[in-house]
Design a protein around this ligand. Sequence first.
Ligand code: CMC
Length: 391
Amino acid sequence: TGAFTFDPGFTSTAACESAITYIDGDEGVLLHRGYPIDQLAEQSSFMEVSYLLLNGELPSKAELDKFSNTITRHTMVHEQLAQFFRGFRRDAHPMAIMCGVVGALSAFYHDSTDINDPQQRLIASHRLIAKIPTIAAMAYQYSVGRPFVFPKNDLSYTGNFLRMTFANPAEEYEVDPIVEDAMDKIFILHADHEQNASTSTVRLAGSSGANPFACIAAGIACLWGPAHGGANEAALNMLREIGTPDRIPEFIARAKNKDDPFRLMGFGHRVYKNFDPRAKVLSKAATDVLNKLGKNDPVLDTARELEQIALKDPYFVDKKLYPNVDFYSGVILSAIGFPTNMFTVLFALARTVGWVAQWNEMISDPQQKIGRPRQLYTGATKRDYVPVDKR
Ligand code: CMC
């Protein structure tokens, strides 16, 4: 018993105060620490945005250099951690590997368990941001049966990640600046999104005082679902399945059919009832990047046509369903050379900074309590136990 507000899916419950990210879903506005996402995506870098999310202000040149150097110092993972990969089937989904290996980090850094020490929290945060690209690249190299590539710390955060992912250790590898820019932009666009499901998971896990590496592994697990980060993989698979624009009406009809569980992946959002501003940036970037790389992928035409048709259809108009961040990102990631099963890993890589910033904010908040939702009980009323021979 008790007078609780019934709010399944937390559609109208604010679980915390936060000064990191602002969203106006009706207007399609996303600000990090006050800065519009399109300005950050066009003009900033992922390292700078990471600093901004963690510290609240854009860094000076000296602060940015210091931060980048600190992250760089933590990019290596222990050789013992590499052993974890070998325990996975080689066809394991890389997100399964990420859940396991990132969680395993909690067994490596015993000093990071003192979460009440701000210095230790900072070190744990830096370790996570620095090691996640190394682990993500290892997950990819493992899946294609190639040796792991060590970090090369004179490269940028994103350049280093691309090299660790795609390089053959026996050959020189030049990072393509077009690919590096596109990747960095995608990382910026995924860096944080206030209290989404995976961030709320990290906060809930962290609210009990749990180990930060284990909390981020919980966030990765939540992100994997197709209603959340897994939508980028599902969206590109869907676009490839549609294949040619003439098949779009068939898929639109399925998405509108109440008896069919199919949804248009990369469409709709809990908060945005207007264009997702990240999708706007990515829609433009998709054309740009494909042009610059001299690639022509018919999937981009299918995506554009699908968007046009859906945005004129009363079902999508009435329900205010617009393309979200996951709709166009896959076209770019595919052009860069990632297989679809790596897409959500890239989302997790970028979102790690948001998770860490939100976790830090929560731990330093004096109002913070263990997260403990209540329920409306609908089960049996009290009854007496009946021994098995009497049932
Ligand atoms: N295709 C067809 N119908 C849809 C879709 C869609 N993509 N999205 C929502 N609807 C319908 C839904 O059937 C419901 O109809 P009704 O009111 O008649 O029952 C109505 O729109 C509202 O949907 P909801 O599921 O109650 O809304 P929600 O806020 O709980 O869900 C969502 C939001 C993102 C999970 C949902 O829109 C969805 O499943 N989209 C497809 C998956 C996707 O692209 N996810 C990525 C989200 S963006 C960033 C991220 O987290 O990665």
